[in-house]
Design a protein around this ligand. Sequence first.
Ligand SMILES: C[S@@+](CC[C@H](N)C(=O)[O-])C[C@H]1O[C@@H](n2cnc3c(N)ncnc32)[C@H](O)[C@@H]1O
Length: 396
Amino acid sequence: MTSSLSDLTSTLTSALSNLPPQDKIQDAERMQLLGVIGQLQVALEPPQVPIGRFCFSHYGIVVIRIAQGMGIFNAFAESQGKDMTLKELSSKVKGDEKLLRRIMRFLSSQNIFKQTASESYKPLPLAMVFGNGSPPGDMIKHFHNNMQVTAKLFEYFESNGYKNPEDAYDAPFQLAYNTKNHYFEWLSQNPTIQETFNSVMTQSQQYRGADWFEIYPVQEKLQVSPDRVLLVDIGGGVGHDITAFKKHFPDLPGKLVLEDLPQVIDTIKEPLHEGITAIGHSMFEPQPVSGAKAYYLRTVLHDFPDKQALDALARIRAVMTEDSILFVHEHTMSDDLDVPPMAATLDIHMMEIFSSLERTEKEWVALLEKGGFKVVKVWNEDSFGQSTALFEATLS
Ligand SMILES: C[S@@+](CC[C@H](N)C(=O)[O-])C[C@H]1O[C@@H](n2cnc3c(N)ncnc32)[C@H](O)[C@@H]1O
């Protein structure tokens, strides 16, 4: 046994030294290998290791947030990723040197920096992505804000007798931030947090794999005359998806419309691609674009419990014509026994912020049918430990 384990250690050590650079590894191969490494880890770990992880994993996001506040990542970005001594770094960031040393020691222990001498630090690739205004940096800020809600979850359930949250206006979020507003109303009153949220949405794409229009036969099925609206992207954020669609099909006839809440549309700084009109609009109000060929919602309805999701669907249904298509592009929670941790975690996240949930494919189909739609086809896709599906539906 000992020898087979030491053989395994040698094999892995030599595999590590022969590993191709990150950008030369295909995602599918990467995920497959990570899956095996994950299983190996579970098989090898004594209980104290996962227990330690449960107890200590939140320090990572908190210390990165502190480092952002001190300006550590910006300082390394400004010096083009050169090594810095503690003294040099201290002259460029907020805070005292004693604290800086401790923060840098933690970040080095997490492979964000490498300590090259006792008080000298080399930024590793992760250190270069957390600066101000970067989407990964915004992701840290966004989930750090959300942590305030996560910290209140236990208190919320202790006081409500452990009932599943069903009301979007009485989620753990309202308890944590002491507000009666829905999360999206609250965001609109906090412009900096709203901008961070919008930025996080633009990059979540890379966690969700292929764009819907790479999976769906757009050219074949979405042909309209140039004066008709081809596509309305409802809850489309700052237009990242619809812009990608336009770039992919620059010559496809038909108009494109982006809709989101006014406070989101108002944050769009650059003019959108020609041919895309942006409308500040709530999907709970009557839909202003009638008779479009396609209405598309990506990870919008998962923010809402069934009651509100059905209200939003009713607004779309009311303006669809016989040949209109509704696309709902969503995470799907697996019915299998092995739910990936990312999917199960996002489900808890939906619950804490919105009293919502990640639905299974069956639950999505049932929701759409309850809303008066016929699901024509479900286009499945797997990405980054998270199953997603494009539900194609018509009026029933
Ligand atoms: C999870 S984000 C998804 C954004 C984008 N579709 C994507 O997949 O990257 C949900 C979006 O729904 C928008 N939203 C929330 N409530 C809305 C409403 N009542 N009407 C229209 N959009 C809404 C949010 O502002 C946000 O942009």
